[in-house]
Design a protein around this ligand. Sequence first.
Ligand code: SF4
Length: 308
Amino acid sequence: MDSNPALVSRIDQLRRKRNALILAHNYEIGEVQAIADHVGDSLQLARIAAEDEDAEMILFCGVHFMAETAVILRPERPVHMPDPNAGCPLANMVSSRQLAEVRAEHPDAAVVSYVNTSAEIKTHSDICCTSANAVAVVQSIPEDREVLFLPDRNLGDWVRRQIGRQNMVIWNGFCPTHNRILERHVKEARAERPGAPVVVHPECRPEVRDLADEIASTGGMVRFCAESPAREFIIGTEIGMLERLRRDNPGKSFWPVTELADCPNMKLTTLEKVLWELEDLEHRVVLPDEVVDKAREPIERMVEILGN
Ligand code: SF4
């Protein structure tokens, strides 16, 4: 999508001048996805940020915890955001004080933190996960050790159901965007497009997941929709995902379960802000050295564990 050729051309000049790698999450608006070097889920983007050897800076089009993760993995390379106000309400649902209180009740539990947490919370974690590898990460914890899973209750419940693990304490957080997808939305969407597979994210409510044909991370959705013989799909996740799926599968149709699944934080990044950041370099994401050092280990463990 090249909605403003002059703007895109100026971004191209500046990204070359700065030797900048532009990363965009699958939930970003289509025109931002279109100018990115890589579009992906949190795990894919974390791996690219860790492994790329050439770029002199990263411009991260996503939300704050994603840019922090890129800083932690390669602290010597500047990471910038087009809009530093792009946060994640789910990540804000756990504070260090709250975590310390719960840990005091479960002192031997392994703390498994979804990547949607602040860098500070990651420093108190044994291992991080994304929705792509959450099941494998929890399975990597010895079966007789309790798991404290945070902060997303829906993802935690999905993992618990997948592997039948009883010794999991699950934090009571949720993604407001995915929580807006309701059972009745799935039923209405199915009635409108009978035969189209319903594919939803594990951050959705359990009763929504129960109605789905496939439950997958955004990276998993990309693969499922590419490989499926179906010609149209009903997608239950943040609606920016449909831009990615439509671009990858021009011969197929994609419909949201509901247009209400619209994350305002993901929509803060625009092409204009991408350009301004490449011009002014005003919004570098900086973390204290001790936070970077302590948070690196749980993130590196996460990056090593394969997703699906
Ligand atoms: Fe956070 Fe949900 Fe928005 Fe993702 S979609 S950034 S989890 S609020």
